[in-house]
Ligand binder design. Structure first.
Ligand code: NAD
Length: 357
C-alpha cells in the first residue's frame, strides 16, 4: 500500500540517536559532544543501582545523582530536582529509565534549559517527544515545548534485558498504540506511516522471541528499535481516542499507565476502524485478522497481555463517569466520539471481552 498524501507538513527536531549494545559506555563522549562536563544523573528509586553504574561510567563528568523520579512527574519533585541541578551547577541531564525518569528530565529541562541525554529502559517512547505530562494537586496537565525535547538518545539493549516480562508486554503494547493511532492521525506524513508500520512489524516479530528468552539480546535490540520508531511517531503526530481514554483512566482513576494502554488498545482501534478502515489496513495485515481491533486483541492474547480493566483496579460502577469524562473535550478522532458507544467500549474493556465496533 502507498502512504502518499497530496499535502503534508513535516518538521523534525535535531535529535542525535545512537543505537547499539553497550553504547552507554560512550556516555562521556556524548557529554563532551554537548560541550558539557557536569552531568546530573536521574533514575527512579527502583533503578538507583543503575544511577550508581552510570556515575561510575561518567567518572569526573558526574556532578550528582537524583533517584526520585515518579510516575506522572509530580511538580514538587521536579522543583526539588531543578533546585538540586542548580545547586550542583549541573550543565546537562542524563535520564536512565522509562517514561517516568524521562519525564523528570524533561521537567528539569523546562525549568533550567539544560540539555538532556536519555537512555531508555522501557518502550514508552517519551524520549522521542517534546511532550511533558506533569501532576499537581492530583491534576495531570500536558504541555508541548521544544525546551523539553531531549537532545540525545542512547538505545542500549543491555538495559532493557532487566525489564520484567509483564512490563515488557504492556510497554510494547503502549508503544504499538502510538503507531496504530499514528496511522490515522490528521497530521500524519508518509514518513510517520512508514515508521508506524515498521515499528509494529518489528514488535510483532521480536516480542514473542523476548518472551521465549528475556535475555535474548538481539530480540531485545529489535524491540528497542521498534520502540524508537513508535515513539518517533508519537512525537510527530497527534493522538486520538485511544490516548484520550488512557489519559482519562490514568488521570481520573489512577490506573497504571502501560497496562491501561495494553487493555484499551484493541477496543479503541475497533471503534475507529469503522471510520478509518483503509488507514488501519496495515494493522489488520500485520496481526492477521480482517478486523484491526480483533487482530490486536488476538496478538495481545498471544503475548499474555492483561485483557481487562477489572484486573487493573477500575470498578464497574466507575464506567459511567469514565465514559462521561472520555467523551468530554475529545481529542480529534476519525470517528465522532459518542458517549453511549464509548460506554459500551469501556464495558467490553472492563470485562475483558473481545472488542466491539
Ligand atoms: P516507568 O518509567 O514508570 O517505569 C515503571 C517501573 O519500571 C519503574 O519502577 C522503573 O524504575 C522500572 N523499570 C524501568 N525500566 C526498567 C528495566 N529495564 N528494568 C527494571 N525495571 C525497570 O514506566 P513507563 O511505562 O516507561 O512510563 C510511564 C510514564 O511515562 C507515565 O507517566 C506516562 O505518562 C509517561 N509517558 C510520557 C510520554 C511523553 O511523550 N511525554 C510518552 C510515554 C509515556
Amino acid at each position: 500500500m502507498s502512504f502518499f498524501r497530496e499535502e503534508f507538513a513535516a518538521q523534525w527536531p535535531a535529535v542525535r540517536v545512537r543505537f547499539g549494545v553497550g553504547v552507554r559506555h560512550d556516555l562521556v563522549a556524548e557529554i563532551k559532544q554537548l560541550d558539557c562536563r557536569r552531568a546530573l544523573i536521574l533514575t527512579t528509586p527502583e533503578q538507583a543501582h543503575v544511577a550508581e553504574e552510570f556515575a561510575g561510567l561518567c567518572g569526573d563528568y558526574a556532578a550528582g545523582i537524583f533517584t526520585r523520579a515518579r510516575m506522572h512527574t509530580p511538580v514538587a519533585i521536579s522543583e526539588e530536582a531543578a533546585a538540586y541541578a542548580r545547586d550542583i551547577e549541573a550543565d546537562c541531564l542524563v535520564a536512565i529509565g522509562g517514561g517516568s525518569t524521562t519525564g523528570l528530565g524533561k521537567a528539569i529541562a523546562l525549568r533550567t534549559d539544560l540539555p538532556q541525554i536519555v537512555v531508555p529502559t522501557t518502550y514508552a517512547g517519551s524520549e522521542a517527544t517534546a511532550i511533558l505530562g506533569q501532576t499537581e494537586d492530583g491534576v495531570k496537565t500536558t504541555l508541548t515545548s521544544a525546551k523539553v525535547q531531549p537532545e540525545v538518545i542512547l538505545y542500549d539493549a543491555e538495559l532493557v534485558r532487566t525489564l520484567p516480562v509483564p512490563m515488557t508486554v504492556t510497554s510494547a503494547l503502549n508503544a504499538i498504540a502510538h503507531a496504530a493511532e499514528g496511522l490515522y492521525a490528521q497530521n500524519r506524513t508518509p514518513l510517520t506511516s512508514l515508521m508506524a508500520v515498521e515499528g509494529m512489524r518489528a514488535f510483532r516479530d521480536a516480542l514473542p522471541r523476548v518472551l521465549d528468552n528475556p535475555d535474548d539480546l538481539r530480540a531485545r535490540a529489535e524491540t528497542l528499535y521498534s520502540a524508537w520508531l513508535c515513539g518517533t511517531v508519537l512525537g510527530q503526530v497527534g493522538m486520538a481516542l485511544h490516548h484520550k481514554l488512557c489519559h482519562t483512566l490514568g488521570g481520573g482513576f489512577d490506573l497504571p499507565h502501560a497496562e491501561t494502554h495494553a487493555v484499551v488498545l484493541p477496543h479503541a482501534i475497533a471503534y475507529n476502524a469503522v471510520a478509518a478502515r483503509d488507514e488501519l489496513r496495515p494493522v489488520a495485515e500485520l496481526f492477521g485478522h480482517d478486523e484491526p481491533g480483533m487482530a490486536l486483541h488476538r496478538f495481545a492474547l498471544s503475548v499474555n497481555a492483561p485483557m481487562a480493566l477489572d484486573g487493573l483496579g477500575l470498578k464497574e460502577s466507575d464506567l459511567d463517569r469514565a465514559a462521561d469524562l472520555a467523551a468530554k473535550n475529545p481529542y480529534w478522532n476519525p470517528r465522532p466520539v459518542e458517549r453511549d458507544a464509548i460506554r459500551r467500549l469501556l464495558q467490553a474493556a472492563w470485562a475483558g471481552d473481545p472488542p466491539v465496533a
